[in-house]
Write a new protein. Sequence first.
Length: 280
Amino acid sequence: MPFCYRCGKELSANVRFCWACGASVAESIPPTTRRPALTVISEDSVYVKPIPATRADPMTIEDLWRVYQLKSESIQQRLNELRAGWGKMDESVFAELCYCILLAGRNAEATLPIVVGLERNRLLFQGSRKEIEEYLNEHGYAFKDRSNYIVNWRYRFSDQGSLRIKSILESRFKTPDGWNIQQMREHLVSQHNGVGWKVASQFLRNLGIGLGYGLALLDRHIQRELMKFGYISKVYDHALNRTRYLDYERRMQDLARDSGIPMDDLDLLIWSNKTGKIIK
């Protein structure tokens, strides 16, 4: 059964136009030749090289501050790299969204090469749902249904068959006074398709435009650290709803205030303490 080249929906035989997005079937792009996933590509890639950092388990806010002083320079290096994110091409911005979606519940170092491979093979930008699913399966990625999310977001952020994610987001959420980050995050979450509060926050943070807005990336590890320092009383295994997420985000902002560590730095610090690396 054929698939639409633009939105990835399955098509009946002999149809001329996609029932979902209206694209002409005659314009379909031939399947791309797959190449092995590589981890060193252009500067516009989603890939980043992990920055080594010492593991630590600070038990007091004072200890957390001392560890931060030792890692501050490396953390600033990574944040400066993230600040350049929005200046990249549309395909790279879209790849960042896909990385955040595919990362949920997984390890960053295991996920990055998969997204890089999808970039290089053009499957992120031209592949059908089935082609992306097959690639994920071939590379041991368990959540193959997330191929639907990629295709659906690609359709939402395309105009006349080309990715326009930057101009679409700028037209809706950027004013002469700057970005409306909170409104953009709310919008992304409301669209579902694999984007919850943590994924949306990480996407905006990784593009640089979300830095400085107090966004928290509240997975279970961050929650456990908040509980260790006495800022919350319970860790949730499932995704947090809006009320709980924003409440816990305020609690993390309190920890940032009390420790003297900026929110953007604090997330990278906590994860580097666990993994011994500063990634994103």
